[in-house]
Design a protein around this ligand. Sequence first.
Ligand code: SAM
Length: 282
Amino acid sequence: MPVTLLGATEIRRLAAELDVTPTKKLGQNFVVDANSVRRIVQVAGVTASDRVVEIGPGLGSLTLAILETGATVTAVEIDHRLAARLAETAAAHGVPSGALTVVDADALRVTELPGDPEVLVANLPYNVSVPVLLHFLETFPALQRGVVMVQAEVGERMAAGPGSKIYGAPSVKAAWYGSWRLAGNVSRQVFWPVPNVDSVLVAFILDSEPRGTEEERRRTFAIVDAAFQQRRKMLRQALAGVVGTTAAEASALLQSAGVAPTARGEELGVEDYLRIARISVS
Ligand code: SAM
């Protein structure tokens, strides 16, 4: 029996049955258009042999599109009512038993995932999209690639490179884990309820080896946060107190890392930040 997708009418009926009124707090904007969920799965290049993790499956529209390829899915949902219903929806839509595992949990707190997924596909809850994504990249090293749908400004930022106006801490942190690219816009009209922001797809391929140790990552991220908190300041000022205790100390340290003390945070790439982190502890 082939897997069938959810239609707009069925999504609303399911929500009513479960007494779910979509909330902003949980970023509950459900995709009600089959073409859109199929497109996300296509961009992610999901095939039957893939083990996929989905964050926030909601009523299951994207989940079913992933399962339609024959892949297996581990789906992490915080809303108990939605998590409790997902397996039944999947079975009613032709999903073979064993293909879907539902984890009823806050994705920000998950530390173990059944199925050892290597692909992440999600229409992320907007209010926690960056922290939840970084948490997964950090916690699950078996992940190799993925596609997420996020608010346009957030996606553009994650895919931005040094020198661009929108390049910021999330861009450097994302680059720590791999390479990112914008993979298309998504109309507001495919959601229920219709959000008041635009969305984009962002595709990523993760590096096969970690860029540095966990200690180096923490230190790099702390330096990145400091650099972008005062993005108009030169690095020797923005980092005084983070690397060294004064602007003069920060200046000397930056120089020995091969970075101009007068540069601004937005000019540096992730490797520059890592060099500063390494030198500042040695
Ligand atoms: N995947 C579904 C779709 O495309 O229609 C729903 C996407 S909706 C934008 C985000 C989903 O994430 C909601 O189902 C919401 O309940 C869930 N969610 C919100 N915060 C979460 C968290 N911290 N952990 C896991 N799921 C969360």
